[in-house]
Design a protein around this ligand. Structure first.
Ligand SMILES: *[C@@H]1O[C@H](CO)[C@@H](O)[C@H](O)[C@H]1NC(C)=O
Ligand SMILES: *[C@@H]1O[C@H](CO)[C@@H](O)[C@H](O)[C@H]1NC(C)=O
Ligand SMILES: *[C@@H]1O[C@H](CO)[C@@H](O)[C@H](O)[C@H]1NC(C)=O
Ligand SMILES: *[C@@H]1O[C@H](CO)[C@@H](O)[C@H](O)[C@H]1NC(C)=O
Ligand SMILES: *[C@@H]1O[C@H](CO)[C@@H](O)[C@H](O)[C@H]1NC(C)=O
Length: 463
C-alpha cells in the first residue's frame, strides 16, 4: 500500500487518466500473480511508463486474441430460413492459442492458462480418469506457453467453438445421440496443436461419451491438398508476395527500430534470416498480450514494449493487410494451394447430394453430415484469398470458415460463413439467395482460366 501511494504521487503530473489506467493495471496484476506485483512495484518510474503504454497497447492488441468465454457464441451458423433443409456442414478452422513459433527469451515464463473455461476443466477431469497415455496426450501439458504448442486457453477456445456449433445446429442434429459417430468426421494436420484442437472441438460438440470415437484422418500438408500438392508456380507466387511485403516495409524506420531488437533475439533461431513483418511481430506480441503479461525491459535481451517501439504496430498491420488483400500474387498462390482441398470438398458435397437423392423414402432419416478440418492460419488465408474475401489480416486463433449445404425442394445450395458471419453474398453477388452447391469448383475453374489460361492444375503449376 505504501509503495503504491509513492508511485501514485510521482504520477500526479501525468493527469488523472493515466492514474486510473495505472491503478487498473496494478489491480489486474494484484489479482493475477503475486510474483508479478512485486516486480512491477519494484520498477523505476521510467519502466512504469513503459508498463502504462504497454498496457494501452495490449488493449489494442487484444482484438486479435479471441479470448475464450463460456456461452458467448453468437455465430450465424445454422440460422437460415425454415424452408431450407440442412444436408451437411463442412468447416475449416484454425487451431487455438499457442506459444509463439519464434522462441521468445522469456525468463519468467508466461502463464497461458489465465482464460480457461469451465468446460476445459471438465475435459481435463474426464481425461484424468482415463488412465491412458494416448488420451492424456490430447491435452496441453503445461500451464505455461510452449513454442508452437497449444495452450489450455487455446483448447478452451475450441471447446467453446464446438459447443457453439452443437447449439447452433441443435434444430437439425442431436450431437449427444449415438448417431453422431456415423455423421461426424474430421481431418487434421499432424501437428500436436491441430490434433489437440480437433479433440477439444469434438469434446465441445459431441461430449465425453463419443468424442474419442469420431473418425479422424491425418493429412500431412497444411493445405489438405490431397492429390494436388506439388506446385512450383504456387511456391513462386508465394515468394513474390513475400518479396512484395518486404519491399513495402523496407523504409519503415520505426518498424526497423523494433526489428533490430527482435533480430537480436532471433539470432539464435533459424528464422533470423527472414525479414520481419508486422505480422511476425504481432505473433510474438500476442504471446504477451493474450495472456496479460508485460515483458520485463530490465532483463538481458529484452523485448521492450514501449511507445517508441510498438505503438505503431496496429498501423503497420493495417498497411500489411492492405498489401496482402490486394496482392495478385497471393491470390494466385492461393488458388493453386487450395485446388486439392476445394475439389475434395466439392466431391464431399456431391456425394451428400447423391445420398439425399437416393433417400427419397420417408422412412429413412434424413440427418445432416458434418466434416471438420483442423488446420492453420495459412490454410484459411489461402482459401479466403482464392475466394477473394481475404482482408489481409492473418486469421486469429480458432477462426472458422463454414460451408453449409442446403436443400430446398430439388435444388441444392451453398451458404458460406466466415467467423460466424454470412459472406455468401460476397462470393455470389448475383444470386438471390445462396450460392449454387457446386460454386467452389466452378469458381476455382473460372479463376484458373482467368489467371493461368487453363483449367488444368498441372498445366497451371508450370506457368
Ligand atoms: C496460471 O493461471 C491460472 C489462472 O489464474 C492459475 O489457476 C494457475 O495456477 C496458474 N499456473 C501457474 C503455473 O502459475
Ligand atoms: C527505400 O529507400 C531507398 C533509399 O532512400 C529508395 O531507393 C527505395 O526506392 C525505397 N523503397 C521503397 C519501397 O520505397
Ligand atoms: C529509430 O532509432 C533511432 C536511434 O536508434 C532514432 O534516432 C530514431 O528516431 C528511431 N526512429 C523511429 C521512427 O522511431
Ligand atoms: C523504449 O525502449 C528503448 C530500448 O529498447 C529505449 O531506447 C527508448 O528510450 C524507450 N522509449 C521510451 C519512450 O521509454
Ligand atoms: C453423384 O452422382 C452422379 C450422377 O449419378 C455421379 O456421376 C457422381 O459420380 C456421383 N458422385 C459422387 C461423389 O458420389
Amino acid at each position: 500500500m505504501v509503495l503504491m501511494k509513492k508511485e501514485v504521487l510521482t504520477f500526479t503530473t501525468f493527469g488523472t487518466i493515466l492514474f486510473v489506467v495505472l491503478v487498473g493495471y496494478w489491480y489486474l496484476h494484484l489479482l493475477q500473480n503475486d510474483q508479478h506485483t512485486q516486480l512491477n512495484v519494484a520498477t523505476t518510474e521510467q519502466s512504469s511508463i513503459n508498463g502504462q503504454s504497454a498496457f494501452a497497447f495490449f488493449d489494442s492488441m487484444k482484438k486479435y486474441c479471441n479470448i475464450p468465454t463460456q456461452n458467448n457464441f453468437n455465430g450465424r451458423e445454422g440460422h437460415f430460413e425454415e424452408e431450407y433443409g440442412l444436408l451437411g456442414v463442412i468447416t475449416i478452422f484454425r487451431h487455438g492459442d499457442r506459444g509463439p513459433l519464434v522462441t521468445v527469451n522469456d525468463k519468467i515464463g508466461t502463464n497461458c492458462s489465465l482464460y480457461v473455461t469451465e468446460r476445459y476443466k471438465q475435459l481435463e477431469n474426464y481425461v484424468r480418469t482415463y488412465k491412458s497415455d494416448l488420451v492424456v496426450k490430447l491435452l496441453p501439458k503445461s500451464d505455461f506457453c510452449i513454442p508452437g504448442l497449444l495452450s489450455k486457453q487455446g483448447a478452451s477456445q475450441l471447446i467453446e467453438l464446438g459447443n457453439g456449433f452443437k447449439e447452433s445446429y441443435a434444430k437439425y442434429f442431436d450431437f449427444s445421440d449415438s448417431n453422431a459417430v456415423k455423421h461426424v468426421s474430421a481431418t487434421t494436420t499432424p501437428y500436436s496443436r491441430t490434433i489437440q484442437s480437433i479433440y477439444s472441438f469434438l469434446f465441445g460438440l459431441v461430449g465425453s461419451k463419443t468424442f474419442l470415437n469420431i473418425n479422424l484422418q491425418k493429412k500431412s500438408d497444411v493445405t489438405f491438398c490431397f492429390k494436388n500438392c506439388r506446385c512450383e508456380a504456387a511456391n513462386r507466387f508465394e515468394k513474390l508476395h513475400k518479396l512484395e511485403l518486404k519491399n513495402f516495409f523496407e523504409n519503415e524506420s520505426s518498424l526497423q527500430n523494433f526489428s533490430s531488437q527482435v533480430q537480436k533475439i532471433l539470432k539464435k533461431s533459424e528464422k533470423s534470416k527472414k525479414s520481419i513483418l508486422p505480422s511476425t511481430l504481432k505473433d510474438m506480441i500476442l504471446h504477451y498480450a493474450c495472456h496479460d503479461q508485460i515483458p520485463d525491459c530490465s532483463v538481458e535481451e529484452p523485448i521492450c514494449l514501449n511507445s517508441t517501439n510498438i505503438i505503431p504496430l496496429d498501423y503497420y498491420l493495417k498497411r500489411e493487410a492492405e498489401v496482402s488483400s490486394s496482392g495478385l500474387n497471393l491470390k494466385k498462390a492461393g488458388i493453386l494451394r487450395v485446388y486439392g482441398l476445394l475439389n475434395n470438398i466439392d466431391q464431399q458435397i456431391l456425394s451428400w447430394i447423391n445420398m439425399s437423392k437416393k433417400r427419397k423414402s420417408k422412412t429413412l432419416l434424413n440427418l445432416p453430415y458434418f466434416h471438420f478440418f483442423s488446420g492453420h492460419d495459412l490454410t484459411l488465408m489461402y482459401i479466403l484469398a482464392s475466394l477473394r474475401i481475404y482482408d489481409g489480416y492473418l486469421p486469429h486463433f480458432a477462426s472458422r470458415l463454414t460451408f453449409e449445404i442446403l436443400q430446398k425442394r430439388s435444388q441444392y445450395y451453398l451458404r458460406i460463413l466466415w467467423n460466424g458471419l454470412d459472406v455468401t453474398k460476397k462470393i455470389c453477388p448475383s444470386s438471390l439467395t445462396y450460392c449454387n452447391a457446386r460454386i467452389l469448383v466452378n469458381f476455382l475453374h473460372t479463376e484458373m482460366k482467368r489467371h493461368f489460361q487453363t483449367e488444368e492444375f498441372l498445366e497451371a503449376c508450370e506457368v
